[in-house]
Every structure is written in structure tokens, then in C-alpha cells.
Design a protein. Sequence first.
Length: 144
Amino acid sequence: MTSSNEPEKTIIITEIPAENEADSSSGTTQVIITEEPPSQAQQIKEQIISILSEFPAYIGSFYEQYKSPLTVVGVILASIVSLKVLLGVVDELNDIPLLAPTFELIGIGYTAWFVYRYLLRSSNRQQLGQEIQALKEQILGKKS
């Protein structure tokens, strides 16, 4: 079975008997062969097959052209999905009676450590201020 890109042609064969059917042995039969043009449905089918056969090439060229923006959008979508999953897990964990107070105690402990470590001593406050200032300069650009 061979395949080609040429569309199949429908051929209609019409037989016209001789003028006198009783004397058909001496008469000749005329055969007319006509080609029927492809229908609109057949043309649409051929166009769809053509588009689908080229579809991997279209996707490949589209990805190569827009590789960087597609990667950024993918990372953003993955971050959003993973954040929603994480929030769903934490929400379910908060429904467990013993874990909700445990999370609150962990938060209070971390806050107390942060206040003790960075805010109670003046040298540490100055160090924290310098780190915040360096972070601002890194984000906003250095002042001239």
C-alpha cells in the first residue's frame, strides 16, 4: 500500500448501451469516464490532515522562538501551583487539634529569637540596619 500527497480522484463510469438492445451483440457499448471534483468535505479533510502533519514543526519553531518567555511563564505558574498546594497542606495540618498550637508556639519562639538577636543590642540593630540598607541598594540600585 503506497501513500502519496495527491488527493484521491473519484471516477464515474457510465455505460450507454447500443441503440437496439435486442441486437446488442452487433452494437457497441460506449463508456464515458468523468472525474468528479473533490467535495468541500474532502478538501477540508485534506487541509486538516496537512495542518496536523505539520503540527510538530509548528510547535518546535514556536518554542524555539519564544523559549525564554515560555520558561518564565512556566516557572511563575509552577510557583503559584506549588504555593497553593503548600497552603492547602498547611491549612489541613492546622485542622489537626494538636498541630495548630504547635505552629503558633514555633512562630512565637522565632519572633522572640529575632527580637533578642537583632533588636535588643545596639550593635546588632546597627548590623541589621546595614544589611537592610545593602539589600535596598541591591534591589533599587546604588545611590550616586
